[in-house]
Design a protein around this ligand. Structure first.
Ligand code: SF4
Length: 256
């Protein structure tokens, strides 16, 4: 993928339009950037590189798996797609498939009627408008039925290796808990974290999402975060460790 494509993808992000920053906000932005990079570094050291949690052999298969993953575990999606992709694998095959057969194959994922319809309609559109090839820009991807920014970002980051930050429930919960953002709006969270991440490392945004997700599964679990053994406790605003509050100082950076 050439530099031009990167530029197009980045330009598509709404955050790029407005940036009134005085001296104070620039200092705050620098503080947030420093914290975010340190959090990324520590999580990467703890968990290592995280490959995409959804099994796939093509960008299109990842799109299908991501559509199926809404309100469904990755394990279930991987079980379902193993069988599904034996029957249909390409946009052409899904476009020609009977809707009832797709529904039958994906029913374990929940909301199977809507998901099957989205997969079939997206396949028809890919065949009709994109020569049977999955597009690789945010603007084009979100025109496909059933594809929002989160799904598009998964495909951009994990299939095309382009900048893209999928914001799922773990990323929403953790970024608020840690104190990186103060909003439940996934588009705003994407915008804040993307802006705070170093320009020259935007290609690692997908990995940032993976690391927050794995941390949310293995340590910062919703019911009882394991703050005592958390590798980012010194950087977290909501660490429950008493000793952390006494020993460490979390730099005050204003949350946008
Ligand atoms: S310190 Fe506690 S609340 Fe903060 S990220 Fe770690 S586990 Fe979660």
């Amino acid at each position: 993928m050439g530099k031009k494509d990167f530029a197009v993808t980045l330009k598509a992000h709404p955050s790029k339009e407005k940036k009134p920053e005085g001296k104070k906000s620039m200092k705050e932005a620098a503080g947030l950037k420093k914290r975010l990079v340190e959090i990324y570094t520590r999580l990467y050291e703890e968990y290592g590189f995280q490959k995409c949690f959804l099994n796939h052999e093509s960008a299109f298969q990842l799109l299908v798996a991501t559509i199926l993953s809404a309100q469904c575990t990755d394990n279930t999606v991987n079980i379902v797609t193993e069988e599904l992709f034996r029957h249909f694998s390409t946009p052409e095959e899904f476009a020609k498939a009977e809707l009832s057969q797709i529904e039958h194959l994906v029913h374990k994922c929940g909301y199977y009627r809507a998901k099957a319809r989205h997969i079939k309609e997206a396949s028809i559109k890919i065949c009709g408008e994109f020569d049977g090839r999955l597009p690789s820009t945010m603007e084009e991807l979100i025109t496909l039925p059933g594809v929002g920014r989160k799904t598009a970002n998964v495909v951009l980051a994990d299939a095309f290796g382009l900048p893209g930050l999928p914001v799922d429930t773990h990323v929403i919960r953790l970024s608020n808990l840690i104190g990186l953002v103060k909003t439940q709006d996934p588009v705003k969270i994407e915008e804040i974290l993307c802006n705070a991440f170093p320009e020259e490392r935007k290609g690692e945004l997908g990995e940032l999402s993976h690391l927050l997700i794995i941390h949310g599964r293995k340590c910062c679990v919703a019911r009882r975060p394991a703050c005592e053994r958390c590798v980012i406790k010194e950087l977290c605003r909501n660490c429950l460790c008493k000793e952390k509050k006494e020993k460490h100082h979390v730099p005050e950076t204003k949350i946008p």
